[in-house]
Structures are given as structure tokens and as C-alpha cells.
Design a protein around this ligand. Structure first.
Ligand code: SF4
Ligand code: SF4
Length: 260
């Protein structure tokens, strides 16, 4: 008996749309993707979006307006499985840095003044799991093509996706790079999840953590390491805030005693 194709939706909230673009950029594999699943919603690719139940929803971007909370809850109701794709959906992204400071209104006014927002009411940006249950996470800024295809392949066969559970430093060693920290360049690869192929250190640039924290990240040790290299509290705090999300917000609020 012919098996029904999986029904899939790809959605974008607040972000740069880099993950949706990355999916479209899988040019060679796009025909296989369309053969394996019916893509019912994908605003970046078609205006002919179809409502109804979904097997899997891939959601990019963080939640930054009240309208997006509603959209996201609607997606959750429609989909059996929700996958957060990209760093903004997984952890909130740069727009959710300093979640601990509760000062987003001040920042919003600094940027936009007192103008009236008519399209949607802005709120402090948060990752999607602040509002709905997320089944799987696929981080990256943007996500990697290889990891997206592997995740898509596994999900369409009923298997959970697998992410690397080690830090960028491992990929950096595979690529035989000299460690930037040894030259006093502040790299946060030791606490960042691998998956990008250590692309920044490969080009002599420090990792800024866009793949998010690795599960076993030793933040106390990374903080001490950067301090020993001569960086001050304010600088390290800004570096680590790049990770965003509640885990880093908790750590940063713990650091308050280190301000001196
Ligand atoms: S350069 Fe960065 S990612 Fe590479 S080994 Fe050193 S700390 Fe790790
Ligand atoms: S090296 Fe770090 S900052 Fe660069 S792409 Fe990889 S995770 Fe992101």
C-alpha cells in the first residue's frame, strides 16, 4: 500500500530568514525533499499556503510580538512535531540577549522612540519554547545544510534528529587550527555546540557562540579562562550574552558578584 507523504510546514517568526533561505539553497536536494513530503506552508517559497493538520512544523525566529505568540500557538495546535530551527527559535538570538535585565522597554524606546506600533504589539523577544512545547532543536546561525538534511531525513523516517554533543573546539582540532586563545584572542568555542565545522576559527576569527551552548558547557571554567587571559567582567559578560536563552541569563545573573 502506498504510504501517505508527511505533511510539513516551514514558518518564520522574528529573525533574518536565513534558515528558510538555507533550506531553499538545498538546490540539488530540493526535488528529493518535495518527493519525501508535502510542504503545505513555506512563505519564503510560495504564497499558496494551505491550512490544516501538519506532521512536522519547522519554526525559525524568536517570538517578539503578541501576534507571533498567537501564530506560534496556532502552529503548535496544527503540528504533531515542532522543530525549532536556528539560534533565534532555539535560544532567542541576539534580540533576546540579556534576558536577565528586564530592560527591553528601555532599549526599544532608545531605538524606536515613542512611535506607535500599529502592525503588532512588541514584547521582549524570547525563544519559542517560552510559549510552546518544542520536540526537537536544530541550532545554527544559520543552520547547516548537512544537519538540516540529516534532521529532515531522520524525522521523515520517524527517528529523532541527532546533534553533535561536543564543542566547536573538537571540530577546530579536526581542522588543525592553532588555538586563538593561545594568541590572547577571546574565543568561546569551548562552550559552543559543534556543527558549523569551526568555520570562524578556520578563518582566524574567534567563535562568538552562534550555535548555542553545548549541553556540558562549563561556564564557570570559560569565565575563569577569559579572566586569566586578561579580559574584564563587562567584556566577558557581553561575550557570553551572545548565547541568549534562560540558561545563560541564569549564569549571568550569578556573575553579578564578579563586577569588581
Ligand atoms: S580557536 Fe576557539 S574553537 Fe578553536 S580550539 Fe581554540 S578555543 Fe576552541
Ligand atoms: S565558529 Fe562559532 S560563531 Fe562561527 S559559525 Fe561556528 S558556532 Fe558560529
Amino acid at each position: 500500500m502506498k504510504k501517505d507523504k508527511l505533511k510539513i510546514g516551514i514558518f518564520e517568526l522574528t529573525g533574518c530568514a536565513g534558515d528558510a533561505l538555507l533550506i531553499l539553497d538545498c538546490e540539488k536536494e530540493l526535488i528529493d525533499i518535495f518527493n519525501a513530503a508535502d510542504i503545505l506552508s513555506f512563505l519564503m517559497a510560495t504564497s499558496g499556503n494551505i491550512d490544516g493538520k501538519l506532521d512536522v512544523a519547522f519554526v525559525e525566529g524568536s517570538v517578539s510580538t503578541e501576534k507571533e505568540i498567537k501564530e506560534l500557538r496556532d502552529i503548535r495546535k496544527r503540528a504533531k512535531t515542532v522543530v525549532a530551527i536556528g539560534t533565534c527559535a532555539c535560544f532567542g538570538g541576539i534580540q533576546a540577549a540579556f534576558l536577565d535585565q528586564k530592560e527591553w522597554k528601555k532599549h526599544l524606546e532608545k531605538v524606536y522612540g515613542d512611535c506607535k506600533m500599529t502592525h503588532a504589539k512588541p514584547i521582549q523577544s524570547k525563544p519559542i519554547d517560552a510559549y510552546i512545547k518544542v520536540n526537537y532543536y536544530l541550532p545554527g546561525c544559520p543552520i547547516s545544510k548537512e544537519q538540516f538534511l540529516s534532521t529532515f531525513n531522520r524525522i521523515t523516517r520517524g527517528n529523532p534528529p541527532e546533534l553533535y554533543r561536543f564543542p566547536v573546539c573538537v571540530e577546530c582540532k579536526w581542522n588543525e587550527n592553532d588555538c586563538l586563545l593561545n594568541r590572547g584572542i577571546p574565543c568561546i568555542g569551548p562552550v559552543t555546540r559543534a556543527g558549523c565545522g569551526s568555520i570562524c576559527p578556520n578563518h582566524d576569527l574567534p567563535c562568538v557562540g552562534c550555535w548555542g551552548l553545548v549541553e556540558e558547557a562549563n561556564l564557570d571554567s570559560e569565565f575563569q579562562l577569559l579572566k586569566d587571559k586578561g579580559f574584564d567582567y563587562g567584556f566577558i559578560k557581553k561575550k557570553l550574552a551572545n548565547f541568549s536563552g534562560t540558561r545563560i541569563a541564569d549564569f549571568l545573573s550569578k556573575l553579578k558578584g564578579e563586577e569588581k
